[in-house]
Design a protein around this ligand. Structure first.
Ligand SMILES: *Cc1c(COP(=O)(O)O)cnc(C)c1O
Length: 433
């Protein structure tokens, strides 16, 4: 027999368990807020646009005033299927009625199913789920160090990264990134990281010749996104593969922005002739729902035994259910071929604009991931173009002061491409005078 319970406590528990309580107290949803509220309540680490988006459908977004924007930004290469894609909404709603969270003291079906799909489609044999790109890279760098430590001893700890790289904002990943402006003022910072020029095979060879036994990993973006939209050459990525193999170092590809179909293959490495030991994914993986993943071979993953690493939310059923739906849409020939076809359309449209306006020194990129480098006359003006685009009803991105970046949905329609390009031309006309 259970011990008797006090009737007062029983009444309180019964009252607070009523499921209608939470539903009837939804007043917070109608609190009036605007862009001005941001400056009153938010940590000022962002400077968001003057308008506040409230609704999205495909590659169109509406703000508080009902104005429509064409979305060439894709939430920084995140909303790979556009906004509120029916497959994502269905997966989210179905899972929302089943199970949201159990922690990693239990496994769950959506996580196992997503892991199986990722393994079947890539070099990888093991998956670790987390909630963001930075966490995926943090896991990758920790894994590389731990693997080298366990197999070769504590002296093999050096991480080779590149200048202008971006790997996230945790202290380790921001230090691995090659932009001092993001890591300065947070010292002491993690030690043992070298930064080399990107796409420079000779620099990589020289570093391995000088300190090969110390190097545990090379971390590279197959194309630098934040750092100016610079595609990695196959020769460079292949040289990194060769040098890592020769020196027992892990090759880590950060495919957080380049992956999940953005370049026209499921992951970008698939068209570069170089296969990593560890790969990180996030952004497009969840299509807008926060999730990150680190993929690795079984041998490499084996050093992360029970208790060595972890996260509370990583691999939660909601995120994995949505990511599973995103994965199934993206990993089809129609969608991946569609990305390549859209690349051709975008390049054609951008070249036509440039023929009329002569504002770009270079148009580059892969798939639906495009960098428009402003020519010498308009250097430093990318933010002006972005702001003028907002006024013209177009969401855009930049990649540094000189490059306008496009990372729209993989499924953006022909109409939306044409309408967006027309608005881009208006913005260029207004900003660059
Ligand atoms: C965005 C990005 C990250 C960081 O991802 P978060 O989800 O913001 O932590 C890391 N690496 C690359 C290449 C990225 O583009």
């Amino acid at each position: 027999m259970p011990p008797p319970l006090s009737s007062a406590a029983q009444a309180i528990v019964a009252a607070s368990s009523r499921r209608d309580v939470a539903i009837s107290s939804g007043g917070a949803a109608t609190l009036p807020v605007s862009r001005a509220t941001f400056d009153e309540v938010m940590v000022p680490c962002y400077a968001p646009a003057p308008y506040v988006p409230v609704r999205g459908e495909g590659s169109r977004v509406w703000d508080q005033d009902g104005r429509m924007y064409i979305d060439f930004a894709g939430g920084v290469a995140v909303t790979a299927l556009g906004h509120c894609h029916p497959a994502m909404v269905k997966a989210l709603e179905e899972q929302a009625r089943k199970l949201w969270h159990v922690s990693n003291w239990f496994t769950n079906e959506p996580a196992l199913r997503l892991a199986k799909r990722l393994i079947d489609a890539t070099f990888a044999e093991r998956v670790f789920f987390c909630n963001s790109g930075a966490e995926a890279n943090e896991a990758a760098l920790k894994l590389a160090r731990r693997y080298a430590h366990d197999r070769h001893g504590p002296k093999k700890m050096r991480v080779v990264s590149t200048l202008n790289a971006f790997h996230g904002r945790t202290l380790f990943t921001v230090t691995a990134g090659g932009q001092a402006k993001y890591s300065s003022g947070f010292g002491p910072i993690p030690e043992g990281i070298t930064h080399l020029p990107y796409n420079d095979v000779a620099a990589l060879e020289a570093e391995f010749a000088a300190r090969g036994p110390e190097i545990c990993a090379v971390i590279l973006e197959p194309m630098q996104g934040e750092g100016g939209m610079r595609p990695g050459t196959p020769e460079y990525l292949q040289a990194a593969r060769r040098l890592c193999s020769a020196h027992d170092a892990m090759l880590i590809f950060d495919e957080i922005q380049s992956g999940m179909g953005r370049t026209g293959t499921l992951f970008s490495y698939m068209q570069k002739g170089a296969v990593p030991d560890i790969l990180t994914s996030a952004k497009g993986l969840g299509g807008g729902f926060p999730i990150g993943a680190m993929l690795a071979t079984a041998d490499v993953a084996s050093v992360m035994s029970v208790g060595v690493h972890g996260t509370t939310y990583g691999g939660n059923p909601l995120a994995c259910a949505v990511a599973g739906a995103v994965f199934d849409v993206i990993n089809t020939t129609e969608v991946l071929d569609g990305v390549k076809a859209r690349h051709a359309l975008f390049m054609e449209g951008l070249k036509a604009i440039n023929a009329r306006r002569r504002v770009f020194a270079d148009l580059r990129g892969e798939g639906v991931w495009l960098g428009c480098e402003l020519d010498a006359r308009w250097k430093g003006k990318s933010m002006d173009v972005l702001k003028a685009a907002g006024d013209a009803g177009l969401m855009l991105l930049v990649a540094g002061p000189d490059v306008v970046r496009l990372a729209p949905s993989l499924l953006i329609s022909l109409d939306e491409i044409l309408e967006g390009l027309a608005r881009l031309e208006i913005a260029l006309n207004r900003a660059l005078t």
